[in-house]
Design a protein around this ligand. Structure first.
Ligand code: ATP
Length: 393
């Protein structure tokens, strides 16, 4: 904290000094230079009348001021160039660092290449795992010998304790981590979508948020309309035209004025949207593009349960093949199979039908009273709220 304060103070002082010197030092020097011939009674000055001298003084003075501003701008430009070159150096260092990065899991990959299940990525109709093992970059086994297929329209829920490797499987699919062993068959890239907790929020209009990476021109060329976009916003519960209790699902308070954005409205969405609204918009984009396969990696943790269930239900109705990670047992209601990681050292796992446990999930609700002690610590509040809990027997 004290370091930050010192840095801010130092940069404030140097900035004030720099601006002061630029503005006044230049003009003072200029003033002296103008004044010199007058004071020294230079011979050519003697021929000028008083009004001509005043005109000479004023115009030269203005030129000096303009020069001071130009010098100030020049300093500002050097600052910006300095910042830009700083960014460029950091990007270059990052790229060099990536190039010289020691290969990860190279020994394990070499060993697998000599064995029965060399690492292979191939394109296909379904998402299929054959003898796939997932390792952490430090070589720790997370899950061993995965064998299953996700057909079009099927929904699989991945469950397991924290850190057991659920997301790691998707890191391998996205090629962020190397595939060590086994064959992964995947549909073409444009047919598979990944939604994570934090999703990219593009710049542009509300329409651009939904149709990204398409442009408006591409959208029109593909025969899609603004009505399609509005429908997807409604399905994702983030529509500025759906109003409950006087409040739209998407509205902003701009200096006391309620603003419900239209499709053409451009805002700083990254700043203006809450994390939950960003997650809902990611679903609107998913519904708009409707890929055949979608990987949902705990991408609804900022969304209220009723809306979350509706979003999963919509995926089912759109017949998307869903591969989702979640700790919420009630989501079994929207999936057919459950891939459960045991999180043990052997990397064991089981695949079972959700229907085996689905019926055992029940929703209990109870009325809870908020404690609100008085001075004696006894009084109970009259405020109550309903609490819903999901149980698996
Ligand atoms: N970028 C990384 N580099 C190295 N190890 C990582 C990295 N990300 C995660 N890990 C490790 O890999 C293991 C599996 O992590 P992963 O994120 O797949 O777990 P998870 O089952 O999805 O956990 P959670 O339910 O908490 O999200 C963990 O031990 C974690 O520490």
């Amino acid at each position: 904290m004290s370091h930050c304060r010192r840095t801010i103070n130092a940069s404030f002082n140097s900035e004030v000094l720099r601006q002061y010197l630029n503005k006044y030092f230049c003009t003072v020097i200029g003033l002296i230079l103008i004044a010199r011939p007058l004071r020294n009674r230079a011979p050519e000055m003697g021929e000028l009348r008083n009004d001509q001298i005043a005109q000479y003084f004023t115009s030269t003075w203005r030129n000096m001021e303009a020069m001071a501003t130009a010098i100030q701008d020049l300093f500002e430009l050097t600052n910006r160039i300095g910042r830009l070159s700083g960014f460029a150096t950091r990007v270059r260092e990052l790229m060099l660092g990536l190039q010289v990065r020691p290969p990860v899991l190279s020994e394990e990959i070499e060993a697998a290449k000599q064995g029965e299940n060399p690492p292979i990525f191939q394109k296909g109709e379904h998402l299929q795992f054959e003898h796939v093992s997932v390792y952490r970059p430090d070589g720790t086994l997370l899950v061993k010998d995965l064998n299953f297929t996700v057909e079009r329209g099927q929904r699989v829920l991945v469950t397991g304790g924290n850190g057991c490797g659920k997301s790691s499987l998707f890191r391998v699919i996205r090629k962020l981590w190397p595939l060590v062993e086994g064959t992964i068959t995947m549909p073409p890239d444009k047919e598979i979508y990944f939604l994570t907790q934090v999703n990219f929020v593009p710049y542009g209009s509300l329409r651009d948020l939904v149709i990204y990476p398409q442009s408006h021109t591409e959208m029109l060329a593909s025969g899609r309309t603004d009505e399609d976009v509005r429908v997807c916003l409604r399905w994702a519960h983030v529509s500025p035209t759906v109003i409950h209790d006087g409040r739209a699902q998407l509205e902003f308070n701009d200096q006391g004025n309620v603003v419900r954005p239209g499709l053409n409205d451009v805002r700083d969405w990254q700043k203006d949207l809450s994390p939950g609204q960003k997650q809902r918009l990611a679903f609107a984009r998913l519904f708009y593009h409707r890929p055949s396969f979608v990987v949902l990696d705990e991408c609804t943790n900022g969304i209220s349960p009723d809306v979350e269930h509706d979003l999963y239900d919509r995926c089912t109705r759109l017949n998307l093949a869903v591969f989702s990670i979640s700790h919420k047992i009630e989501l079994k209601l929207f999936h057919e199979r459950e891939l459960h990681y045991h999180g043990d050292l052997k990397g064991s796992w089981t695949m079972r039908e959700c229907s085996q446990t689905r019926d055992k999930i029940t929703r209990a609700s109870s009325t809870v009273k908020l404690p609100e002690p008085d001075k004696a610590g006894k009084k109970e509040s009259r405020i109550t709220y309903e609490r819903h809990v999901w149980f698996a027997e």
